[in-house]
Design a protein around this ligand. Structure first.
Ligand code: DC
Length: 232
């Protein structure tokens, strides 16, 4: 069932690596009929493009230069936003270990974050959004009333990644994401923190959906009162 609202709603889902952001953001988007945006995929796409073009991901100036020049386009396919490079969507390439190793360096470049924030805000052209990342509630859409921060204990997060066939030092990646100067990972003011170590994706996403519906209902009531007052 889709929830009727006047202007696009943005649900921001931030959190640590393997805390279930993608799984839950997709479930929430599907249930509410909103568009899903994976902002990590956008950073990964730039990291992949750097590797393709022979640009060193550690060279912040070169990365920023490439980001200023690359030819991209945002499209929405089956309720999911894709960032195309020269008309191409590198779906598989952005998940390789080479891209994963390069992406935190690319994501730490301030000019890159500025560019990404602009593109990510443009996604409202596709309607109401469920956007997942690290800085959505703090930096990209700080004005939204719908902020969530997911986390789980390191053992559970490592178990999830291993079950996906990925062996990664999650603690090191979280540390890099949390300690960078530009838009670090942190809990946004007003965000609802959900530790889902012992929860299923169905339980986590339901908690988010219930919370969003409750807030939309309260907002609708406030608007109705304001409309009534303006008629008096
Ligand atoms: O969610 P992910 O693993 O696909 O993210 C890839 C990298 O991009 C990760 O190191 C964190 C970074 N990232 C970010 O800095 N800000 C975002 N909004 C999304 C991802």
């Amino acid at each position: 069932m889709s929830v009727a609202v006047e202007s696009p709603v943005v649900i921001a889902i931030d959190g640590t690596s393997a805390s279930g952001k993608s799984t839950n953001a997709k479930l929430v988007a599907r249930t509410l009929g909103y568009t899903y945006v994976d902002t990590g995929a956008m950073y990964r796409t730039l990291a992949w493009h750097c590797l393709q073009k022979g640009v060193d991901p550690h060279d912040a100036k070169a990365v920023a230069n490439l980001c200023r020049r690359w030819k991209t386009e945002l499209v929405c396919v089956e309720n999911q936003v894709r960032l195309l490079v020269n008309g191409y969507y590198p779906e598989k390439e952005i998940r390789t270990s080479e891209t994963s190793a390069a992406v935190p360096h690319v994501a730490a470049v301030p000019k890159v974050r500025e560019w990404m924030k602009k593109r990510q805000r443009e996604c409202v052209q596709f309607g109401s959004l469920v956007m997942e990342g690290r800085d959505i509630g703090t930096n990209v859409f700080p004005e939204t009333d719908f902020k969530f921060y997911l986390d789980a204990c390191i053992h559970e997060r490592t178990r999830r990644r291993v079950s996906e066939g990925v062996n990664e030092n999650l603690a090191a990646r979280d540390q890099r994401d949390s300690q960078r100067a530009a838009a670090p990972l942190m809990v946004a003011l007003g965000a609802r923190v959900i530790n889902n170590s012992e929860m299923t994706p169905e339980q986590t996403s339901q908690m988010i959906i219930d919370d969003v519906r409750q807030r939309l209902h309260e907002r609708e009531k406030r608007h109705a009162v304001a409309r009534q007052k303006s008629r008096w």
